[in-house]
Design a protein around this ligand. Sequence first.
Ligand code: TXA
Ligand code: MG
Length: 318
Amino acid sequence: MSFVSVCTTESLVSAAAILKSGGLVAFPTETVYGLGADASNPDAIARIYEAKGRPSDHPLIVHISSLDQMEQWASDIPEYAITLARDFWPGPMTLVVKRSYLAKDFVTGGQDTVGLRVPAHPIALALLQEFAKVGGKGIAAPSANRFGAVSPTTAEAVEEELGPYLKPEDLIINGGPSLVGVESTIIDCTGPAPMVLRLGAITPLMIEESIGLVALEKNPSDIRVSGSLASHYSPKARVILDAIAEPGDGLIAPDQIPTPDGVIRLAAPNSIEQYARVLYHALRSADQKGLEIVVVLQPGGDGLAAAIRDRLQRSAHQ
Ligand code: TXA
Ligand code: MG
């Protein structure tokens, strides 16, 4: 696998060629890094599942470069989904819509819907545009981690996580740390009103303000979303929520919380946005330091704080 430290136009051209020939390209997005493959190539998609160790009936998000491309991948798009796309794309939001003939079973996990997202990262968008120039229609990309592990928010974390599972022709593109830090909000748009399947930076309140419809609560048994499994987003260290850290434990907590003697402070975010941005890196650093226990004090409030608590509860689940 090659590692592109500084992304140039030439590196994007070669990344698009790698995708076109069935290779894997890990790339930055504003949420987390994705492990990309040609969404129309079954062999390339099979390689994603292999590298991640992920069950093949779990659907992938197809990344596209514009609202126009949504119409190619989807059918029967409700008006409110178009409004959401106009308001929040490019951005940390995935829309689940009825699929068109383009979205084959190998990318949708056999479901008759497809997850679509226009990411708000200049490298991701430039890669999508280069890929379109060589005839690519979309890049399928799950978070670039092994199944059940913490999503990577830096290119170094991708290399550490997936390096051993990538081939010499594959590529990792460095685009610096992800700005949002938690995965996109997933919204099921197949019913009369939207249903939030995964919380993220686009909040239920923002959805309601955009379309004037209240977003429904999901029924977890409804649809396969691997991020909604009880145990997910887990480091090797045991995550304990809202407890008192003992000497030797790691601690992730808002900056106004002091670090007890002998405790290893892993992050001290000073806002909810910063909390989201540093969380996954801090969880990974616990493993790098060989810690057995990480105590995490959860942020209060709704919106992005609720998305953070959702991920923390899964990472603490045994
Ligand atoms: O922020 C993100 O969404 C990142 C970046 C790379 O875009 N991607 C990401 O992908 O988190 P992944 O595969 O790790 O999580 C996507 C979730 C999965 O749990 C999958 O089951 C769900 O989206 N999903 C994808 N297509 C779906 C569909 N048609 N119906 C229901 N859930 C779907
Ligand atoms: Mg994931």
